[in-house]
Design a protein around this ligand. Structure first.
Ligand SMILES: Cc1ncc(COP(=O)(O)O)c(C=O)c1O
Length: 389
C-alpha cells in the first residue's frame, strides 16, 4: 500500500478473546462495518446484534446506557448530549398537538421555557402549579386529560420535595405519564416509585468533575423503544469520548454523593444556627416543611443547600473563597449561585411566591472538600463585611 492508502487503512490489531482490557476501550468510531451486505441488512432489520452508525448506537454508549438504567432500577436508557436534551426531547417525543402537560413553578427554568414557550407553539397546553399543592395536582388530573406530569424532586433551586406516592397514584388513576427530572436526587433514589420516566443531567453527579455534559432518559423498555427513533432523528446523542468520561466518573459516584450529602447535612445544620441566615432549605433538616416526606422517599437528603440571608446574597457569594460563584452543581468542588443570577423573570408575582427565590437567596452546591474548611469559609463570608442582621 502507498502512504495515502495505508494511513486510511492502518494495520488491524485484534485483542485475543481471553485477553480483554480491564477498562472498556472507547469506540471512537462513527461507522461500523460488516463483511457482507446480507449481515449489514440483517442488523438494520433487527435480526442480529451489531452497530452501524454512532448516532443510532455505539458500544461505549451502550455500556453507559446499561449502567445508568440499572442504577435507576429500570431496563433501558437513551443518552443525550445534555440534561436539557434529555427532559425536553422526551416531552417532544411523548406529546402531540392538543395534549396537556402539568408542570411546576419550582422547576429548573429551561424546563419551564420548553413547556411554556416551545411546546405551546405546537399546540401543547399546560397548567402550572406549585409542587407543594398536592390537592391541586389531584384536582387538575381529575378535571383535565393530561398526557404528562413533568416535575423535579428535590426541586432546583429551592429543594422542595414532591409527594411521589400521591402524585404517581393520581397520575396512574388518570392515565398521565410521569417524567421526573431526578438529577438532584441521583440514580440510587426514587427507583421504588411508580414513575414512568427518569431524566438526569449527567453533567452533574454522574460525571462529577464538571468537565463534560450529558443527559439520560431512563424508563421501562417499551417506553424507551417507543421514543428511540425520535431520539435518533433529534440527533442530540452523546459522543463516545464523553460517554467514556461519564462512565469513568460513575466509578466514584456512590462515594462522592455520600460524602457530598454528609457535608451538606453538616453545612445545613451550621448555617441554621447563624444569625446572618434567615432561613435554610435542606430536606435533611427537621425544619424543612417536607422533611418527613424526604426521609421516607430518599436514602439521604442530597447535596444542595439553599439559604435566605437578611441581605442581598451577592456580597456573601463574593466573600466566599472556596465556593466559586458558578452555575451548575454536583461536582467535587463547592459552588454558590446567588439569587440575582437565578431570578425567575418568566414568573408572575404569585408564581414567584411559589418559586420562593429572591435576591437574598443563595444556592450552595456542596462538594467533597474537607468539612472544616468549608464551614470556616462560610463562617468568614457571613461575618466579614456587612452580613450581620
Ligand atoms: C435539575 C436540572 N435538570 C437539568 C439540568 C440541565 O442539565 P444540562 O446543563 O446538562 O443540560 C440542570 C442544570 O443545572 C438541572 O439543575
Amino acid at each position: 500500500m502507498k502512504p495515502p492508502t495505508r494511513v486510511n487503512h492502518p494495520p488491524a490489531v485484534d485483542v485475543p478473546a481471553d485477553n480483554r482490557p480491564l477498562v472498556a476501550p472507547i469506540y471512537q468510531s462513527v461507522k461500523f462495518t460488516f463483511d457482507s451486505v446480507a449481515e449489514s441488512e440483517r442488523e438494520s432489520r433487527g435480526q442480529r446484534d451489531g452497530f452501524q452508525y454512532s448516532r443510532v448506537a455505539n458500544p461505549t454508549l451502550r455500556q453507559l446506557e446499561l449502567t445508568v438504567a440499572e442504577l435507576q432500577g429500570r431496563d433501558a436508557c437513551l443518552l443525550t448530549s445534555s440534561g436539557v436534551a434529555a427532559t425536553n426531547l422526551t416531552m417532544l417525543s411523548l406529546c402531540k398537538q392538543g395534549d396537556h402537560v402539568l408542570m411546576f413553578a419550582e422547576m429548573y427554568q429551561p424546563t419551564r421555557y420548553m413547556i411554556r414557550r416551545i411546546l405551546s407553539r405546537y399546540g401543547i397546553a399546560h397548567t402550572m402549579l406549585s409542587i407543594e399543592d398536592v390537592e391541586g395536582i389531584e384536582r387538575t388530573l381529575a378535571a383535565r386529560a393530561t398526557r404528562l406530569i413533568m416535575f423535579e424532586s428535590p426541586t432546583n433551586p429551592m429543594v422542595k420535595v414532591a409527594a411521589l406516592e400521591r402524585m404517581t397514584a393520581a397520575a396512574r388513576a388518570h392515565g398521565a405519564l410521569t417524567l421526573l427530572d431526578n438529577t438532584f436526587a441521583g440514580f440510587h433514589n426514587h427507583g421504588q416509585f411508580d414513575i414512568d420516566i427518569y431524566a438526569h443531567s449527567l453533567t452533574k453527579y454522574a460525571s462529577g468533575h464538571g468537565d463534560v455534559m450529558g443527559g439520560a432518559v431512563i424508563a421501562r423498555r417499551e417506553l424507551i423503544d417507543a421514543m428511540r427513533t425520535d431520539f435518533i432523528i433529534f440527533g442530540a446523542t452523546l459522543d463516545p469520548h464523553t460517554a467514556f468520561l461519564i462512565q469513568r466518573g460513575l466509578k466514584t459516584y456512590p462515594l462522592r454523593y455520600e460524602r457530598q450529602c454528609q457535608n451538606a447535612m453538616k453545612i445545613a445544620q451550621f448555617l441554621e444556627a447563624q444569625p446572618q441566615v434567615a432561613h435554610v432549605s435542606y430536606p435533611g433538616l427537621p425544619s424543612h416543611p417536607q422533611h418527613a416526606l424526604a426521609a421516607g422517599q430518599m436514602h439521604e437528603f442530597g447535596a444542595m443547600v439553599t439559604i435566605e440571608l437578611h441581605e442581598d446574597a451577592a456580597r456573601f457569594s463574593e466573600a466566599l473563597q472556596l465556593f466559586a460563584i458558578s452555575a451548575s452543581l454536583g461536582s467535587t468542588e463547592s459552588l454558590v449561585w446567588p439569587g440575582r443570577l437565578i431570578n425567575p423573570r418568566d414568573l408572575t408575582a404569585e408564581e414567584r411566591q411559589w418559586a420562593g427565590v429572591s435576591e437574598r437567596t443563595a444556592r450552595l452546591s456542596i462538594g467533597i472538600e474537607d468539612i472544616d474548611d468549608l464551614i470556616a469559609d462560610l463562617q468568614q463570608a457571613l461575618t466579614s463585611g456587612t452580613a450581620t442582621q
